[in-house]
Design a protein around this ligand. Structure first.
Ligand SMILES: Nc1nc2c(c(=O)[nH]1)N[C@@H](CN(C=O)c1ccc(C(=O)N[C@@H](CCC(=O)O)C(=O)O)cc1)CN2
Length: 292
């Protein structure tokens, strides 16, 4: 499943929708995203740049806040409070991870839920975990991107055995919930699971989100399983210009021989994460507009 091409298609749709909104309602209907980064982590800087570039490409206004590593908890929460109050900011994103001295829970909980385009606020995650009640205002971008990718490739999850490897609050847990709501039979494996390979061998769909390079081996996979690889791990490679290359949580070469569908790394789930951030930002903006 080609995440790069699919994300480009989504970006095209978002660009058309932004143009339609501005045409129908004027400049105040242009979606705006605030992107906050604290510190100088190279990977985070890369992701933030990619997010801002994607916004520009589709006509979403992006407002960047690059704060120094030594930013205090209070100062960061003040920035979030100011962004909550701004009319031109429909979505707020605080890039993770934050420096050690910052309590990210307090920061994320301070984002107004209607602007929580990352979907990390406990109310949004909590609502996602319950069915038959008020739905979340936003679904976290990586899980949403995995489901969107499967949808666009015609992968039906209903009644299927799905194994999600990883139980993080931002990927594994919300993705398991999304799949459960689509009537999949979901097993979550984690660091204390006794025999992950045995569970994976039963799976029609495997989602690897554990952050361990090439954790899932070809020998674990059922023939024609669908494999979604969320891992983005940098491994040293002096032959590369950057000195490293990216690998997923799945041994791609081997797994591709067995799987019916598989996402590569790079070019799989990563680009979908950014595309879903754009769709969430447009949704946030549209909630303030009269229907047209
Ligand atoms: N506030 C958030 N922080 C973080 C999130 C998030 O969704 N919200 N997710 C990850 C990082 N992330 C987005 O921020 C992210 C990671 C990777 C990619 C991506 O497109 N990767 C490319 C490869 C990029 C490269 O070459 O370096 C790919 O997989 O093809 C997008 C977004 C943690 N933090």
């Amino acid at each position: 499943m080609d995440g790069k091409a699919t994300a480009a298609a989504v970006r095209g749709e978002v660009a058309a929708e932004v143009a339609r909104l501005v045409d129908a309602h004027g400049e105040t209907a242009r979606p705006g995203l605030a992107v906050v980064i604290v510190g100088e982590r190279k990977d985070s800087q890369t992701y933030v740049r990619a997010k801002r570039r994607a916004c520009e490409e589709v006509g979403i206004s992006s407002f960047g806040f690059e704060l120094p590593e030594e930013t205090t908890q209070e100062a960061l929460q003040d920035v979030v409070r100011e962004l909550n109050a701004r009319q031109d900011v429909h979505g707020i994103l605080v890039q993770l991870p934050l420096p050690e001295h910052i309590d990210d829970e307090k920061v994320l909980d301070g984002i107004e839920i209607g602007k929580d385009v990352d979907g990390f606020h406990p109310l949004n995650i909590g609502r996602l975990c319950m069915s038959g009640r008020t739905p979340p205002l936003f679904v976290p971008c990586t899980p949403k991107g995995c489901v969107e990718l499967m949808d666009r490739y015609g992968v039906d999850v209903e009644g299927k055995n799905v194994v999600v490897i990883g139980r993080s609050n931002i990927v594994g847990l919300p993705l398991a919930m999304l799949l459960l709501h689509r009537n999949a039979t979901v097993t979550i494996c984690h660091s204390r699971t006794r025999d992950t390979s045995a569970k994976v061998k039963e799976a029609d769909i495997v989602v690897a989100a554990c952050g361990i390079p090439k954790f899932v081996d070809k020998s674990w996979l059922k023939k024609d399983a669908v494999v979604v690889d969320v891992g983005i791990n940098a491994v040293d490679d002096p032959s590369k210009k950057r000195g490293y290359r990216l690998v997923g949580d799945v041994d791609y070469e081997g797994a591709a021989e067995v799987a019916s569908f598989i996402t590569p790394v790079p070019g799989g789930v990563g680009p979908m994460t950014i595309a879903m951030l754009l769709t969430n930002t447009v949704e946030a903006c549209k909630r303030h507009l009269p229907a047209k």
